[in-house]
Ligand binder design. Structure first.
Ligand code: 3HC
Ligand code: NAI
Length: 701
């Protein structure tokens, strides 16, 4: 039997323990699944055994099929999960699953194939395959509707969201709750069931309760999913399977599930989503900061500046239960900032997503201050004052003077040099950048900017803080714009050149939205506000080389007072109270005039060219960032883009997308644009090298 499974007899109970840390992934190639099957058979044929108990060791029942095995050739002589659950349906002795921690995907499917399920409080039960572009492929789509009805099962399978033990009991996934030591209480439960003479109840033999509306329910859900989950084939396939559970006998339903699973398993969307799953976890790791590096405990925090970013950053701490002080220049600034925070929480309460008591508790964790002396006990301070080096320098000198030794000092700057800021203190090792994205209480990305002097402990604290605040922390180095904004700058610049050459905002936006972005670049610009970039460009004008290509379109739009949605007009116009962009002839005329002034003859630009020029600017800049060591790995760049910039998750991020297209093909297109467009298309040396070597940005796992 595999070392990943332990089997022993306890009285009349054959106890099978999954032992594959950290989450008891149901590995096939190393023999875990075969080991469980062997143990089941051994117990079944042992006359002393009257019932079987399956449980997990460590922190989980099971996180499901071993995702790392996906995409690898199947192992012929080893049982897979489908074999195991099919066999369990033939076992005539009672089989009980005792669940603690996560029981996800194939893990829950294994439990569903048992005859009785008991779970500890705190377990999470779910079928999250859809989040990996898959569907539950080991009978879950057929068993769950038979246990809890089509409507509830569809909800769980299509969202992939897990339910708690209590909810699982209410739904009928779980038969009873275990309180206390897992093994002891589970054995007591099995022995009691034996004493009661409990009959075997197979989920495969039950009949799924249909929706009250019958087939109309599935038709309506199908339309909703097709609209809301554009680009994702898995949710619709999940629906097909649940419908099959209602309409077909179990064996036929399982067959349908298998066919649809195989299609999804081979899909590019699933490969991309699995890449995102592993990349998100990989991003937490820093090559030269070992995982056991002690992070400074963060028991209290302070934020400087109660503006757009400061208020949102402070909310993150309060949401995590950490007291946070907010320092402003004067009482008026404080009142204004805290009023916005209160309004944000109140909106969440109004939507029913937060209780009034919880809102009050969180607000109670925030306090406004005006004096640096009140920062003395903060474990971390995050500065979010004006984006002005002189102001930041003053602020960091004051922080150095007032903060306790050991405090971490962070800046939320988006464009300024973190090292120059750190040099204002006598403790540059305690300084780093924590670059939040707007709105800071919503966006999950956090760029953790490593300064030249940042210590391992400071970095470890920043990365751990990301987890505490439920953010996805990505380590980046110091450069203009770090990873995300540096790349997006190249993307916006190229989009503007496309306008100059012949495209219109609505065409560019449509192409990128068809690719999968929630919004194209010009809609994003109008949403974010065009004035911010305008001020930055004005500041940079003096240092811009005279012979460098520059599009004046954005500046001219701003000169007309069109700053985007907030002024009712930008690249598009907007009707009062409506965020729908309306193409504007005034902008078309402005763009045509800009082309004439630049001496460019406008031409028809294909959708393909628009897509390639926008995406490959991201890829080429990403390759430079990687080569310069600003990002640790290509997958970190993908995570920045998926979590911070709305890059379609089902495409895996810009670097993964380039790998999928093939780097020789990407390089050939970049070279073509270089010949036609000049300096901004100089191929990144890393792209050239990898393309020539047949390599990839993301090495195959
Ligand atoms: N396969 C392989 N590795 C897995 C895994 C899985 N199913 N689930 C988790 N891991 C790994 C993670 O990559 C991570 O590895 P690392 O330490 O090297 O980075 C480690 O286990 C710990 O994972 P987390 O950091 O996510 O730990 P948490 O405690 O925060 O969460 C969890 C645990 C809730 C189980 C979470 O990991 C999770 O949601 N896992 C994925 C669940 C899933 O999608 N299951 C479906 C798989 S597909 C399937 O079952 C197909 C079947 O229907 C046929
Ligand atoms: P903001 O102008 O909305 O807020 C700045 C706040 O800082 C104001 O309330 C101001 O009164 C206060 N302030 C100024 N000097 C101060 C001082 N010496 N002490 C205390 N408070 C002071 O600016 P915003 O947008 O919040 O930006 C703040 C920082 O965050 C900047 O560095 C910016 O580059 C960065 N950032 C901004 C993002 C955005 O989308 N707005 C995104 C990511 C980072």
């Amino acid at each position: 039997m595999s070392e990943l499974v332990q089997y022993r007899r306890d009285g009349h109970v054959g106890v099978i323990s999954l032992n594959n840390p950290p989450v008891n992934a149901l590995n096939v190639s190393r023999g875990l699944v075969q080991g469980v099957l062997d143990a089941v058979k051994e117990a079944e044929h042992d006359p002393a055994v009257r019932a079987l108990l399956i449980l997990g060791t460590g922190k989980a029942f099971s996180g499901g099929a071993d995702i790392a095995e996906f995409g690898r050739p199947p192992v012929a002589d080893r049982a897979n999960l489908r074999d195991l659950v099919a066999y369990l349906d033939t076992v005539s002795k009672l089989v009980v699953a005792a669940i603690h921690g996560p029981a996800m995907g194939g893990g829950l499917e294994l439990a569903l194939a048992c005859h009785y399920r008991a779970a500890q409080t705190g377990a999470q039960l779910g079928l999250p395959e859809v989040k990996l572009g898959l569907l539950p492929g080991a009978g879950g789509t057929q068993r769950l509707p038979r246990l809890i009805g089509a409507v509830n099962a569809l909800g769980m399978i299509v969202t992939g969201d897990p339910v708690s033990t209590e909810r699982a009991l209410e739904l009928g996934i779980v038969d009873e709750i275990l309180e206390g030591d897992l093994l002891k209480t589970a054995l007591a439960c099995v022995n009691r069931l034996l004493r009661e003479g409990r009959a075997v109840r197979r989920s495969s033999s039950l009949v799924a309760t249909p929706a009250p509306e019958g087939a109309a329910f599935f038709a309506a859900e199908r339309a909703r999913i097709a609209r809301d989950q554009r680009g994702y084939p898995a949710p619709l396939a999940c629906l097909d399977c649940v419908q099959a559970a209602v309409e077909l006998p179990f064996s036929k339903g399982v067959q349908r599930e298998r066919e649809l699973f195989q299609g999804l398993h081979a899909s590019s969307e699933s490969s991309a989503l699995i890449h995102v799953f592993f990349s998100e976890r990989q991003a937490a790791k820093v090559a030269d900061v070992p995982e056991d590096t002690p992070a400074s405990p963060i028991r209290s925090a302070a934020v400087l500046g109660a503006g757009t970013m400061g208020g949102g950053i402070a909310m993150n701490f309060a949401n995590a239960g950490i007291p946070v002080r907010i320092l402003e220049q004067n009482q008026e600034g404080l009142d204004r900032g805290l009023a916005v925070v209160r309004k944000n929480y109140a909106a969440t309460v109004a939507k029913g997503r937060l209780s009034q008591a919880e809102m009050d508790r969180r607000l109670g964790l925030m306090s406004g201050i005006l004096d640096y002396k009140d920062l003395a006990d903060a474990d971390i301070v995050i500065e979010a004052v004006f984006e002005d080096m002189a102001v930041k320098k003053q602020v960091f000198q004051a922080l150095d003077a007032h903060c306790k030794p050991g405090a971490v000092l962070a800046t939320n700057t988006s464009t300024l040099d973190v090292d120059e800021i750190a040099a204002m203190t006598r403790r540059p090792e305690a300084v780093l950048g924590l670059h939040f994205f707007s709105p800071a209480n919503v966006m999950r990305l956090l760029e953790v900017v490593r300064g030249g002097a940042s210590s391992a402990q400071t970095i470890a604290t920043g990365m751990k803080l990301a987890r505490t605040l439920k953010k996805v922390g990505v380590l980046v180095g110091v450069c203009d714009g770090f990873v995300g904004n540096r790349m997006v700058h190249a993307y916006f610049r190229e989009a503007a050149f496309l306008l100059e050459e012949g495209a219109l905002p609505q065409q560019v936006d449509r192409v990128l939205e068809t690719f999968g972005f929630a919004m194209g670049p010009f809609r994003v610009g109008d949403l974010a506000g065009l004035d911010v970039g305008w001020y930055i460009r004005k500041r940079q004008a003096a240092t811009r080389p005279a012979n460098q290509r520059y599009s004046v379109i954005a500046d001219r739009i701003c000169e007309r007072g069109r700053y985007g949605q907030k002024t009712g007009a930008g690249y598009y116009r907007y009707e009062a109270g409506n965020r729908n962009p309306i193409p504007d002839p005034e902008i078309e005329a402005l763009i045509i005039e800009a082309s004439q002034d630049a001496g460019i003859a406008r031409r028809e630009i294909s959708d393909e060219e628009i897509l390639q020029r926008c995406l490959y600017q991201l890829v080429n800049e990403g390759a430079k960032i990687l080569e310069e060591g600003i990002a640790q790995r290509a997958s970190d760049i993908d995570i920045v883009y998926v979590f911070g910039y709305g890059f379609p998750r089902f495409r895996g991020g810009p670097m993964f997308h380039a790998d999928t297209v093939g780097l020789p093909e990407v390089l050939a297109v970049v070279e073509r644009f270089h010949a036609a467009q000049g300096e901004f298309w100089t191929p990144a040396p890393l792209l050239r090298r990898l393309a020539q070597e047949g390599g990839r940005f993301n090495p195959r796992g």
